[in-house]
Design a protein around this ligand. Sequence first.
Ligand code: ATR
Length: 277
Amino acid sequence: MIHVKKAFVIGHPIKHSRSPLIHGSWLAEHGIDGSYEAIDVAPDALPAFIERLRQGEFVGGNVTIPHKEAVFALCDSVDPLARTIGAANTLVRQPDGRIHGFNTDYMGFLGNLDQNAPGWAAGLGRAVVLGAGGAARAILVALREQGVPEIVLLNRTPEKAAALAREIGGPFIAGGLTDYADYAAGAGLLVNTTSIGMHDTRFEALDLGLLPGTALVTDIVYVPLTTPLLADARALGLRTVDGLGMLLHQAVPGFAAWFGVRPEVTSALRAKVEATL
Ligand code: ATR
């Protein structure tokens, strides 16, 4: 009997996910007899789907919006880092059917910056993170674990920034987007974790000219690839890293766990995904 290892990405909606293209490319490249499919799972169908995983239909998969937090309660074990972040985006079925959850957004964020702005964390005194939603969580933990001495968390709703800073714990200063000017001057890194940048939206009154000339600006939005924030930063001569690399790098640990090969994020893979944006 041929045993095809099957993996998935579940979300709701899910049809625009680029993950099948990424994992499909790696499966082909490594000649692995496996599959990776996008499956639309509504929130009320999540427990039943996880049971299918437990029963052995799949080796594991990715979990995306809106399930990253809910899936927690359905895992049999959760990686400590995922617990700190408060979300799991990758599931692995153990041989005994138990489901282990972990979070690869953390490594995706770091892998992207390490590849595209090597040495970015050296001597970094302050990072400014915009947004305090689900996507900010892994990034805050990643910056904290890198030893960034001051991490300023600014959100449209300042109370949410304060609550997240308290929950995660670290060298955080929380505030509103309107406090940006107070912190920009010393910020060596500016990260957008909000959805602003999609659909032609842009930050109002965010003067990138206040950042040091050596600052690095990065965005987790990758549609469009060059968000208005990144375009403005480039126009000022600042270094930028776009969000596509985070998507590519967060896929690596899951693939390695399910299929036993650690894949590479190559420029050819990036170009292939970029062509679909
Ligand atoms: P995700 O899980 O993708 O991070 P989310 O949890 O809904 O999504 O968080 C979205 C983030 O984008 C939040 O920080 C949100 O700010 P609020 O907490 O004030 O809602 C931010 N955001 C979304 N639209 C925004 C807008 N038009 N202006 C400013 N911030 C916005």
